[in-house]
Design a protein around this ligand. Sequence first.
Ligand code: F6P
Length: 359
Amino acid sequence: MRIGVLTGGGDCPGLNAVIRAVVKTAIHQYHDEVVGIKDGFSGLISNRTIPLDLEKISGIMPRGGTILGSSNRDNPFAYAQTVDGKLVKSDVSAVAVENYKSNKLDCLVVIGGDGTLDIAHKFTAKGLNVIGIPKTIDNDLSSTDTTFGHDTAIGTVMDALDKIHTTAESHHRVMVVEVMGRDAGWISIAAGIAGGGHIILIPEIPFDIEKIAQTIYQRKGRGKHFTVIVVAEGAKQKGGDRVIKRIVEGASETVRLGGVGEMVASELERVTGLEARTTVLGHIQRGGSPSAFDRILATRYGASAVHHAHEGDFDHMVALHTPEIVAIPLEKALHKMKQVPLGGSHVVTARRVGISFGD
Ligand code: F6P
């Protein structure tokens, strides 16, 4: 087979480990050829490709990012271009199909989140053989137990929380740490538990500033004059809405969240009179060398995707259904966001050890 591979959407640790596994499996097991497509679907539209052989992927496992580049703006079915100063969207999918054919591809392995995999699914109707591999640091896809990149992001946030603890304690401050995750609180709750956060705010549980203040006072009553609060970027006050930082025109997901950490800190200063500071971890969470867990999961996904390509399981996505890697139809896998369940083990465990959700 001639297998194309592309990485789309926001990057995350482990993408290179997947690319490596795809190439190794394709060459060692099946004597296939692999073609890398640059910058997600953008490269399929403009026909920018590179041959991927064993030499090209040598040593990339520990590297963050993606050697292929990525894009979360180039949807071939609604391709945004500026014409006469105006943003116009048009369907250029036929160009992408033509390039798939001119590269003599038998299959396209698409590594991406919900938006990217949705585009992959749409190409099936245009005759392309696609296999999806789910990625996101947010872990918000319900069709798989977890995505690679998430574990590394949790580790990054945990390290930051360890560091925040010491300065919080020295200065008797309230420290608010804002983390990513869009409308799911997985990064916040998992890293908050691992990093010893005292208050965790997640989109699934709207918070009340007065309740957060009470927890801070209770801690002070126990002689703890500092508090570490982990807040998910999508968290909102009771009766309030998400804090939006910007709108990215032309992106598949236009809303960018951000700013809730600063809002929580200033509200707490107003209510308690205590000093509060905010740290926004931002894209640091998307970088770095993948954890052992993510390297293994990424390798399992990549190897399995090539296996399923040879089985003819197109329009499917590989997924972790512990302990197995399975292939599920993209149609069933898409558009099902996985949020933190209120009665689930993470929330129950956090409450048991005295973590407050500000509710
Ligand atoms: O989905 C991954 C993610 O990092 C989210 O956690 C975050 O909200 C978003 O992407 C940021 O997107 P961008 O890189 O476009 O700012």
